[in-house]
Design a protein around this ligand. Structure first.
Ligand SMILES: [Zn+2]
Length: 316
C-alpha cells in the first residue's frame, strides 16, 4: 500500500508540474450558446482581397451561432474587465485573466458602459452579439486572445503573432522575435487553443494555422509549438489573377462549345472549381458586402457552369 501511495504522489507531482507548464489561461465557460456555433473567419489569415473582409491580417477569430444578433456573449474566463472603444470594434470588453487577455468585439450592447470596469466570473455576460464598429456585417463575435510577452516567449510557438496595437498590414513576428517578446507587452495569439470546446470552421483559408481545417485546434490553453501557418498553396496574387481569368471567362459569350471545352481543358480547372466553391461557402458564411459577393459568386458560378456542364453535354 505504501508503494501504491508513493506511486500516486509521483503521478500527482507529474500532473501538477505539467499543469504548471501550461502557458496562459483557458476559457472555461462557453462564450455564446453553442447551438450552431462555428468559426466564420479564422485567426491570423491574410484577408486582403477577400470580398466583404477588411484588408490585412485577421488578429482574432470570428464566431457565430444560430441565434446571431442579440445572442448573449459571455466572458469565458474570470478576470478584470474594462469596457473601452476599440477602432473598428465598437465598445469592447477587454478581459485580463492572469497572463492571458481576451477582447470581445462588435457587441451591439455591453453590460457596462464605455470606460467602466469590474470583476467577472467565467460565464458572466459581457454583452450581445452585433456589428458595432463595422459599416455593414453579418453579426458575429470577433474574439481576440493576447498573451503577456513574458509568457509568450516561453511557449515555443511559431504561430502568427502580433504585438498589441500593430496595424493589420504588419507582417507576423518571426520565431526569433517571439522569443524576444517584451515581458510586459501583450501579443495577439491564436484564440483556438483557448476555447472551451472545439468548434467547426465554416470558412477555410489556405494560409490558416496548421493548414485548412474543419475544426478548431485542440484545447491546450497555450499557443501550440507547431502552430505555424501552412505555406500558401495558392498565393493571393495567384488567386486574384485566377479570379480575373474567371471573370473574363464569364464575360465571354459562352455559347460556343469550343470555348467551353477549351476552358474545361485548362490546367487550372480544379483550382477554378475550388475557387467557386470557396466563394460559395464564403457567401453563405459572411453575408456582409452582399452585393459584391453575389457578383463575384455569380461570375464564378457562370464560369463553373461553362466548365462543368458544357463539356459533358455533347451534341444534342
Ligand atoms: Zn474579426
Amino acid at each position: 500500500m505504501k508503494r501504491h501511495g508513493s506511486l500516486l504522489s509521483t503521478i500527482l507531482a507529474a500532473v501538477l508540474s505539467s499543469s504548471q507548464a501550461v502557458a496562459g489561461t483557458c476559457l472555461t465557460a462557453d462564450i455564446m450558446k453553442p447551438a450552431g456555433q462555428r468559426v466564420s473567419s479564422p485567426y491570423g489569415v491574410d484577408r486582403t482581397g477577400r470580398p466583404g473582409a477588411s484588408a490585412g491580417y485577421h488578429q482574432g477569430m470570428d464566431i457565430v451561432n444560430s441565434e446571431g444578433a442579440g445572442t448573449p456573449i459571455y466572458s469565458g474566463s474570470a478576470g478584470s474587465v474594462r469596457y473601452r472603444h476599440f477602432g473598428g470594434g465598437g465598445v469592447i470588453a477587454d478581459v485580463v485573466s492572469g497572463d492571458t487577455r481576451f477582447f470581445y468585439l462588435h457587441m451591439n450592447t455591453t453590460t457596462l458602459k464605455d470606460g467602466q470596469s469590474g470583476q467577472l466570473a467565467a460565464g458572466d455576460q459581457v454583452g450581445t452579439m452585433g456589428c458595432k464598429g463595422m459599416d455593414s456585417c453579418a453579426p458575429h463575435l470577433h474574439l481576440g486572445a493576447l498573451l503577456k510577452g513574458s509568457t509568450l516567449s516561453t511557449t515555443g510557438t511559431n504561430g502568427r503573432v502580433w504585438r498589441e496595437g500593430s496595424r493589420k498590414s504588419t507582417s507576423p513576428l518571426t520565431g526569433d522575435a517571439i522569443k524576444e517578446a517584451l515581458p510586459q507587452a501583450w501579443y495577439f495569439v491564436n484564440p483556438e487553443p483557448f476555447l472551451p470546446r472545439q468548434i467547426p470552421i465554416s470558412n477555410k483559408y489556405p494560409d490558416m494555422a496548421g493548414g485548412p481545417r474543419d475544426t478548431t485546434l485542440p484545447k491546450t490553453c497555450a499557443p501550440g509549438a507547431n502552430e505555424g501557418a501552412a505555406s500558401e498553396t495558392v498565393s493571393r496574387s495567384d488567386t486574384q489573377s485566377q479570379q480575373k481569368a474567371i471573370a473574363s471567362a464569364a464575360e465571354k459569350a459562352s455559347g460556343s462549345e469550343d470555348h467551353a471545352v477549351k476552358v474545361a481543358n485548362q490546367p487550372n480547372r480544379s483550382l477554378y472549381i475550388e475557387l467557386a466553391r470557396m466563394n460559395a461557402t464564403e457567401l453563405t458564411a459572411n453575408t456582409f458586402d452582399y452585393d459584391a459577393q453575389i457578383d463575384a459568386a455569380l461570375a464564378q458560378l457562370v464560369a463553373l457552369y461553362a466548365l462543368d456542364a458544357r463539356p459533358v453535354e455533347g451534341r444534342p
